[in-house]
Design a protein around this ligand. Sequence first.
Ligand SMILES: Cc1cc2nc3c(=O)[nH]c(=O)nc-3n(C[C@H](O)[C@H](O)[C@H](O)COP(=O)(O)OP(=O)(O)OC[C@H]3O[C@@H](n4cnc5c(N)ncnc54)[C@H](O)[C@@H]3O)c2cc1C
Length: 561
Amino acid sequence: MTDFQLATSVSHWLAKFESALAQHEAAALRGLFHADSHWRDVLALTWRIRTTSGREALVAALQGASAHGFRIDPDRTAPRAVTRAGEECIEAIFRFETAEGAGAGVLRIKDDRAWTLLTALEELKGREEHTGGRRPKGWSYSRDFGGPNWLDLRKRKREFENAEPAVLVVGGGQAGLSIAARLGQRQIDTLVVDRWPRAGDNWRQRYHALTLHNQVHVNHLPYLPFPPSFPVYIPKDKLAGWFEAYVESLELNYWTGTEFEGGSYDPVAKQWQVKVKRNGSTRELRPRHIVMATGVSGIANVPDLPALRGFAGKVIHSSQYVDGEDWKGKRAIVIGTGNSGHDIAQDLYCAGARVTLVQRSPTLIINCDPSAQLVYSLYSEGPPLEDCDLITASIPYSLARKTHILATRHAKDLDKELLDALERKGFRLSSGEDGTGWQFLYLTRGGGYYFNVGCSDLIVEGKIGLAQIAELPRLLPGADLVVLATGWKGQEALVAKLFGDEVAARVGPIWGFGEDQELRNMFTRTAQPGLWFIAGSFAQSRIYSRYLALQIQACEAGLLA
Ligand SMILES: Cc1cc2nc3c(=O)[nH]c(=O)nc-3n(C[C@H](O)[C@H](O)[C@H](O)COP(=O)(O)OP(=O)(O)OC[C@H]3O[C@@H](n4cnc5c(N)ncnc54)[C@H](O)[C@@H]3O)c2cc1C
């Protein structure tokens, strides 16, 4: 098909869709979709993030939806023939409008019928981001020579001395920075608090040799992409420095050294009453919204292992591990074969310790480069970052599963030599649930895999020992250190600790997929008014911070309860 034919076919579909939608014609809508089609709405038509699958369900859900102005977006990637989840289709980015906002969408058609449809809210009318052509003029900082200048105003704003933030973001990792930046551009007073002494410490304080696992072009924060000179795999201290620069450049109000201690919600005043401890002194805040950006992992999971009772050496959780310096020449046991377990085992080995890695359950192993990068291949196809992000958001759950099954198979072929050698050493391998690979392990469990950056090779070479958990009692005599790389409790436990059991029960499970084929309670309204969650990779934080900010803005504007 020529570019013209691709565009014509998409335009025809969009015109028929608009007409069927306007006239609430179920039969006409039905004729536009394949039986196994999927519609993902991200706020635009339902104010929810929701995936509907199957033609009949989809037609029923679309009846009553109201939108117009559907057309190919001339400013974005033109319709293309692509292969998604192993199937050929036409993929097109389009734009449209609703009563409240401007939308962007992605349509995939096969034989003139829709296979997948995304409708996503981009902006609220009259409340657009203050970026690009809408950037602030800056005159107000210089017109009044005797008045406060930019720095005076920044300092005042940051301190919230006689003011309350509308939004309190707990946690200043990439999730916290992304949502704070998005809210800032929407003129919503936002304060980020983080217990670490410096922005970026969430990376800076991790193990010495850490570099990011994904390539630089997938990891940009909103508005401010990494300079083109940055390495493909960014080292942790460089990233930490970038976080500090980001806070400064995006004018984020960020309190370091500040512990969020929890609080309660007043449903009448529609605001929270919370306590934060900043450098030793307590401050009460009354934000209307709290965004928890405390990471997928909440509280350390420390299992009660009978074998460890009476062990004379030191036992720590992986979160307490700093580096291997003190353990040179000593014997260390690391329990748990996820990313943390492998990374700590490798760090201890490099510091001169004799290390045994102890496996509790089958684990997915994948070489960091190139195998683990396969799932991000879209970002190397050519479209700009914004288009890649929209296309990523447009992949419904079932297609994502198929895509990841294919990528996992491909990765296993690429890594065959390593995986066979590990199995010969007794390592129990996993491919994730139904072979869906590492990303679904992350999205459902928050772990269960290792991106090999050398530790698997050390195991194969016999430089790091490998044992199964049943062998632990035999290993303990003579050991000096046990590191429990045993993961984290779900965020539900953290919510209960900070807001009480009632709020935790109201909100329910967080992360992992729910019946609506979406991550539970993530980036969306929860059953607890004013309580929101954001977490995940750089890409997830970048993509979904936009939608989370739009929802909070809509609440502030009275468009959303
Ligand atoms: C070796 C390695 C490489 C990785 N590479 C990549 C990669 O390339 N791309 C990618 O997308 N992901 C990568 N990840 C995974 C993931 O992005 C990170 O784990 C990331 O840190 C998650 O960010 P976050 O903002 O959700 O949470 P975190 O970074 O965990 O930040 C949460 C913050 O909340 C603060 N906090 C928590 N509770 C409180 C409280 N009560 N009061 C105040 N502050 C609080 C913490 O101090 C912390 O700073 C990698 C992880 C590792 C270990």
